[in-house]
Design a protein around this ligand. Structure first.
Ligand code: UDP
Ligand code: MN
Length: 305
C-alpha cells in the first residue's frame, strides 16, 4: 500500500512520553542511550522521514529540544520532531479513559493526571485521522538494529489485529490474576509463554490507529460497562495503566494483538525473582533469539554494545 503523503514523503511515526524529564537525571541518561542508539543504527530510504513525537510539559520540552539537537547531529536519515502538550492531550483523553482508570491505576480514585498513562489505549481517538500508524516507545530502551525494521512488523499483523506488543517477561500477571487463577486452576491466564498467557509489556507498542478506529470490537471494549464486566470476570485490579488494560482484554480477545518477538522488547527487570516468584521466574524471563531492542525497565542497567 502506498503511504506517501501529498508532499511525496512517507512518514514513520514514533511517540515517546517525555514528562518531568528536567527533574530526573536518570531519565535524561536513559533518553541519551535511547536516542544515540536509535541514531546510530537508523537508516531510511530516499523520500522517507522518521517523525519523533514527544508528549511533554513545558520544562521537559525546553530541555528535550536542547538534548535532541545534540543527539540527532549524526542522523543519516531525514527526521521531524513534534512536541505535544501533555495537558492538552490529557484534556481530550480523560473523558474516554476515566472509567477504566480505577481498575488500572494505583490509589482508589480516578486521578485526572493519570489519564495520560492510557494514551495508547485511545490514541486513535486523539490523533488526527491522517495518522494511521504509531509506534509508542519507552525512554529506557537501547536500540541494536535499525528502527525502520520495527515498522516492518506492521506488515505481519494478521486480520483483526490492531496492536503489536511483546509479552511481559516477569510473572507480574501471575501475581495480579492470583484470585482468578485460584478459582480457575486449569487456566492459561498468567501462565508462562509459549503455552500460557503471561500478559503484555507496554515498552514497545505498534498501534495500528486505522485498524483501532475501524474495529467495533476494540471500541466496545473501551466502554465503561465492558471494562467493568471484564475486570469483574477476571478479578482484575492493577496499577500499570495501558499495559494492564491490554493484558486484560488480551485474555478474552487475543486475536486483537499481534505478538512481537521477545527480541523487540527484551525487558531486563528481575524484581519479581526476589519477591516470591524465584521458582518460576526463568520460565517468564527467558528470551531466545536475537535482541533488537533492550528495555532497562525498573531502572535495570543495559549491557554495553
Ligand atoms: N516517563 C516520563 N516521565 C517520568 C516517568 C516515566 O516521561 O517521570 C515515561 C518514559 O517514556 C518512560 C515511560 O514513561 O520510559 C515508562 O516509565 P518507565 O520506563 O520508567 O517504566 P518501566 O519500564 O520501568 O516500568
Ligand atoms: Mn520502560
Amino acid at each position: 500500500k502506498d503511504l506517501r503523503e501529498s508532499d511525496g514523503k512517507s512518514r514513520y511515526h514514533a511517540l515517546m512520553m517525555f514528562t518531568k524529564v528536567d527533574k530526573s537525571r536518570s531519565l535524561q541518561d536513559k533518553f541519551r542511550v535511547a536516542m544515540l542508539s536509535m541514531v546510530k543504527h537508523g537508516r531510511f530510504l530516499e523520500g522517507e522521514v522518521l517523525v519523533l513525537h514527544f508528549v511533554c510539559d513545558d520544562a521537559s520540552r525546553e530541555l528535550g529540544e536542547k538534548m535532541l539537537q545534540e543527539f540527532l547531529l549524526d542522523a543519516k536519515f531525514k527526521y521531524e520532531v513534534l512536541f505535544h502538550d501533555v495537558s492538552a492531550l490529557t484534556r481530550k483523553l480523560f473523558p474516554i479513559v476515566e472509567a477504566m482508570q480505577k481498575h488500572f491505576s494505583s490509589g482508589s480514585g480516578a486521578y485526572y493526571s493519570d489519564a495520560i498513562f492510557f494514551l495508547s489505549v485511545a490514541m486513535h481517538r486523539i490523533m488526527p485521522d491522517s495518522l494511521t500508524r504509531m509506534v509508542q516507545l519507552d525512554l529506557d530502551l537501547q536500540y541494536r538494529v535499525n528502527i525502520r525494521e520495527l515498522f516492518q512488523e506492521f506488515h505481519q499483523f494478521p486480520p483483526g489485529a490492531v496492536i503489536g506488543i511483546a509479552r511481559e517477561m516477569q510473572p507480574v500477571y501471575r501475581h495480579t490474576f492470583w484470585q482468578y487463577r485460584k478459582e480457575n486452576p486449569q487456566t492459561k491466564v498468567g501462565e508462562p509463554h509459549p503455552d500460557g498467557l503471561p500478559g503484555f509489556n507496554s515498552g514497545v507498542m505498534l498501534l495500528d490507529l486505522a485498524s483501532m478506529r475501524a474495529s467495533s470490537l476494540y471500541n466496545q471494549l473501551l466502554e465503561p460497562d465492558h471494562v467493568a464486566k471484564l475486570a469483574d470476570q477476571y478479578r482484575f485490579r492493577g496499577h500499570l495503566g495501558d499495559q494492564d488494560f491490554f493484558t486484560m482484554i488480551g485474555m478474552e480477545h487475543p486475536e486483537l494483538f499481534y505478538s512481537l518477538a521477545c527480541g523487540w522488547n527484551r525487558q531486563l527487570c528481575t524484581w519479581w525473582r526476589e519477591h516470591g516468584y524465584g521458582d518460576v521466574f526463568q520460565l517468564y524471563y527467558r528470551c531466545n533469539g536475537p535482541v533488537y531492542i533492550y528495555h532497562g525497565n525498573c531502572n535495570t542497567p543495559i549491557p554495553d554494545g
